[in-house]
Write a protein that binds this ligand. Structure first.
Ligand SMILES: [Zn+2]
Ligand SMILES: [Zn+2]
Length: 413
């Protein structure tokens, strides 16, 4: 009797251990690491602030999100479930809307990944979907007033007509419709009370903007005026919105790029084709949650998307200075041809256009710098010099819609 109890105890503790096992499989497979150097003044923190799991309409457990983030070499991640859209509610009732965050936090405990708490406040347009990150309690950001059920049912009827819903869909639909009846201003005010940073998700999403053009509604303007919304996605999944970029610059909103992943990152972004998930590079003073939050409120971000870097000049230019390095290898013997290496210290392929006064002997003015690689150039300096000024336009970077930044280097030879 005693012996079998011990065995039962061992068995239970084994289950306990296994149930909390972290995922190791992420270490195999192709290298997906996203890497950017720090700037002179800030740490460059790579972040994906918009992801989903089975706790709303995603299809993986939160620990997979953590493993994917580690595989992508991210510094931080937020799991931001739809508060009002809960299609798996039959299997995962998700009574405490903080549970996905808790699961992710536990899965990341053995790593140095920073897991940020967040939620997606989900409405029809306007205002559409909004992410609140750095929250304390997701449960305060949504409200289902059951006395409004007849109103909610009316909304469902308007949207779907007389289509028969099965029991599961009816429950999901009622939660969503009831959630939509709660004022978004009240939801954002609750987020603000918790010190949340809020951004508008996918303003260019064709389901909510038929022409694909991001436009500020009066409601969004009100959010901005009342400091209820501080950022905007200019990149979501595989979409980029030039209009959202313009809105961000005109209204001093933080530029955000996210994966909004629902399935598997590796399926969505094939690393064998040099694809990568979009991320927000946050320029933070320290590698801490509080410092990331502070940087987001201070608008210190650059978006990395399809090997493009998009940011305000004040943030992007110092980052480019860290990414690109030029070194001299001296003059070729008996010639006035200078040999230089241009190094790319990042996981973004870079494309430069030469604007210097000098030309190259082994290249035209278009320079493709492979990620984590270098290009060796022969420079016709017209006489032997002690220093040479190089000037490039960075064609895969944007400081405004359609405007590429320029960088200069004075190279000692
Ligand atoms: Zn959304
Ligand atoms: Zn989403």
């Amino acid at each position: 009797m005693k012996k079998s109890l011990i065995f039962a105890g061992l068995y239970l503790s084994a289950i306990f251990v296994f149930s909390h096992e972290t995922i190791n499989g992420y270490k195999s497979g192709p290298d997906r690491a996203i890497f950017f150097p720090d700037t002179e003044d800030y740490l460059t923190i790579s972040s994906d602030l918009h992801t989903h799991s089975v706790f709303s309409d995603g299809h993986v457990w939160p620990n997979i999100r953590v493993a994917e983030a580690l595989k992508d070499n991210l510094d931080s991640i937020a799991i931001t479930e739809h508060l009002e859209y809960q299609p798996h509610t039959k299997y995962i009732p998700n009574i405490d809307r903080n549970d996905a965050y808790k699961e992710a936090l536990e899965a990341a405990a053995e790593s140095d990944l920073i897991v940020i708490s967040g939620s997606e406040i989900t409405r029809e347009m306007p205002p559409g979907h909004l992410n609140a990150v750095f929250i304390n309690d997701a449960n305060d950001l949504f409200n289902l007033d059951r006395t409004k059920l007849p109103e909610a049912q009316q909304l469902i009827k308007q949207a779907l007509g007389d289509a028969e819903l099965d029991e599961d869909d009816r429950v999901v639909g009622e939660i969503y419709a009831l959630g939509n009846l709660w004022s978004p201003v009240e939801a954002l005010t609750a987020a603000k009370k918790q010190g949340a940073f809020v951004f508008w998700n996918h303003p260019m999403w064709s389901s909510q903007a038929r022409d694909g053009i991001a436009k500020l509604s009066d409601m969004h303007k009100l959010f901005i005026q009342n400091d209820l919304m501080q950022g905007i996605e200019i990149v979501n999944t595989r979409t980029y919105s030039e209009e959202a970029f313009r809105i961000a610059l005109d209204n001093n909103l933080t530029l955000i790029g996210t994966s909004d992943v629902h399935n598997l990152i590796e399926w969505d972004y094939d690393s064998t084709q040099e694809e990568h998930r979009p991320v927000t590079l946050v320029l933070a003073k320290e590698r801490t949650k509080e410092s990331i939050r502070e940087a987001l409120f201070d608008r210190r971000t650059v978006v990395f998307f399809k090997h493009r870097l998009i940011g305000k000049a004040e943030n992007l230019n110092p980052l480019l200075k860290s990414i690109i390095n030029i070194t001299s290898n001296g003059y070729q013997s008996n010639s006035e041809i200078l040999r230089i290496d241009i190094q790319n210290n990042s996981s973004s392929n870079m494309v430069l256009q030469n604007l210097s006064e000098v030309n190259f002997a082994n290249s035209d003015d278009l320079i493709h710098l492979p990620k984590n690689g270098k290009v060796s150039l022969s420079v016709k300096t017209l006489g032997k010099k002690e220093s040479q000024l190089f000037k490039f336009k960075v064609l895969n970077a944007l400081i405004e819609p359609k405007v590429h930044p320029q960088i200069e280097f004075l190279l000692d030879i």
